[in-house]
Design a binder for this molecule. Structure first.
Ligand SMILES: Cc1cc2nc3c(=O)[nH]c(=O)nc-3n(C[C@H](O)[C@H](O)[C@H](O)COP(=O)(O)OP(=O)(O)OC[C@H]3O[C@@H](n4cnc5c(N)ncnc54)[C@H](O)[C@@H]3O)c2cc1C
Length: 404
């Protein structure tokens, strides 16, 4: 079989891989995207591949929105987006938290002179729109329905073998293949990983009261219960929910009938959005924190969840991925003839790794606080939230930090 040469091969066509492909192609690089899933456009054409429904939604912070706008995809994505104008954090009486320590802290984007913190977009929609854009781009070739099987480096070239035996070649291999990244494994890059013993249940709800573009995080025993606003499609109001619970409790919840589960959701949503009219199917995913110790190897760079998987709080995951892509795109774009060279990859690692560790540390700490049943930590959580109410400088500083 004839080998085809690309500038860049991206292993993984999820959100990170598709955005990266668009970014590199805008710099005139020839790009290949490999993914066992069929991209949305090809799905529509042959209707062969049935994919799992994904009820997750992703908060796109300001930087991500600007970047996607530059790639000319934000306009389409914005048709499905809901502005996140307010973040409400409730520390709820549960376990051994004394009632008087219950707090509710409201963060409004307007307090720091912004209309919104960002926009929430359902992952399914984002992925379809990005995949469509990828399929229309001449400089991008897609290898859908195939996996990266192995790769080897020969001088300035990376030879990639696909699951059907086809071989393709490039100057830079980018691993965007998610938290179980094969590229990372083949490059012998180890991770610092921590399982939190939690499962994230994700589902959509239709509810009685409007969400008022507010994302509400309710800190209860076992993990946060987060209601994220979705764009209103019809008369009925809808939101996405991410409910993190300890393994055993989550599995109990997953075994409930829809009507019983709806009652639990009604109880834990604390009537914030009124009566819960319906609950969609529930998808579940173990929660963990995992960071690659290195994000580069010879002629290889890791981006997105292949480099960092964070618990779904603080809306950081995808926004970190956009920063990875942006950093790699500007380095490769500045010196196209030198893509994949050692010093360029070192520069990429130097730029990104400190930020990744900083954000992962913050998210991990927040999750530990949210999860903890220790009365000392619960007390600290309540105290920290009330101190934000008391200090505008602290509160506004935190908001800006979260958006950065
Ligand atoms: C419940 C939940 C809520 C979240 N909420 C937010 C949020 O509000 N804000 C935010 O910023 N982030 C959020 N995230 C994180 C966000 O969803 C991810 O960062 C985002 O989906 C990007 O993931 P990815 O493309 O890097 O990896 P993935 O989505 O895992 O994609 C990896 C791709 O690689 C492919 N692949 C795997 N192996 C191979 C192989 N050998 N060869 C070829 N292809 C391969 C897979 O098929 C897949 O398509 C959340 C995550 C969860 C779990």
């Amino acid at each position: 079989m004839e080998e085809i040469l690309f500038d860049i091969i991206i292993c993984g066509g999820g959100l990170t891989g598709t955005v990266a492909a668009l970014a590199f192609s805008k710099n005139n690089f020839s790009v290949a995207v490999i993914d066992p899933k069929k991209l949305a456009g090809s799905d529509q054409k042959n209707g062969k591949t049935k994919r799992l429904i994904d009820f997750r939604s992703t908060a796109h912070l300001e930087g991500a929105v600007h970047y996607l706008d530059k790639l000319e995809v934000w306009k389409r994505l914005s048709n499905y987006s809901c502005p996140l104008e307010t973040l409400s954090i409730m520390n709820v009486n549960g376990g051994n938290t004394p009632r008087e320590q219950e707090t509710k802290t409201i963060f409004r984007a307007s307090e720091i002179g912004k209309k919104q913190f960002g926009f929430n977009v359902p992952i399914e929609k984002s992925w379809q729109i990005l995949a469509d854009a990828v399929l229309k781009e001449e400089r991008i070739s897609t290898f859908s329905g195939k996996e990266l099987q192995s790769y080897s480096v020969q001088g300035a070239l990376v030879n990639v073998t696909l699951s059907d035996g086809q071989r393709i070649t490039c100057r830079l291999l980018v691993g965007a293949d998610g938290h179980l990244s094969k590229v990372r494994k083949l490059a012998h890059i180890s991770t610092i990983s921590k399982t939190t013993g939690q499962i994230a249940l994700t589902f959509n709800i239709h509810h009685e009261k409007p969400h008022q573009n507010t994302s509400t995080e309710i800190y209860v025993d076992g993990g946060p219960f987060t209601i994220v606003p979705l764009r209103q499609k019809t008369e009925s109001h809808q939101s996405a929910v991410v409910w993190m619970q300890k393994f055993e409790r989550a599995n109990q919840l997953l075994r409930l009938k829809n009507i019983e589960f709806k009652q639990e959701v009604q109880k834990w949503s604390r009537n914030i959005v009124g009566e819960i009219k319906s609950v969609s199917k529930v998808t579940s995913k173990p929660v963990g924190l995992s960071i690659a110790k290195q994000i580069v190897a010879e002629r290889v760079a890791l981006i997105g969840e292949a480099a960092h998987t964070l618990p779904p709080i603080g809306a950081q995951g995808f926004n970190l991925s956009i920063k990875d892509i942006s950093a790699l795109e500007s380095l490769t774009g500045a010196e196209p003839s030198k893509i994949g060279e050692k010093y360029m990859l070192r520069q990429y690692q130097r730029t990104r790794l400190p930020d990744i560790f900083f954000k992962a540390g913050g998210v991990g700490f927040l999750n530990q606080l949210a999860l903890s049943e220790s009365s000392a930590l619960q007390h600290f959580r309540a105290l920290a939230l009330s101190s934000f109410e008391g200090s505008h400088i602290l509160k506004h500083g935190l908001m800006r930090l979260g958006l950065n």
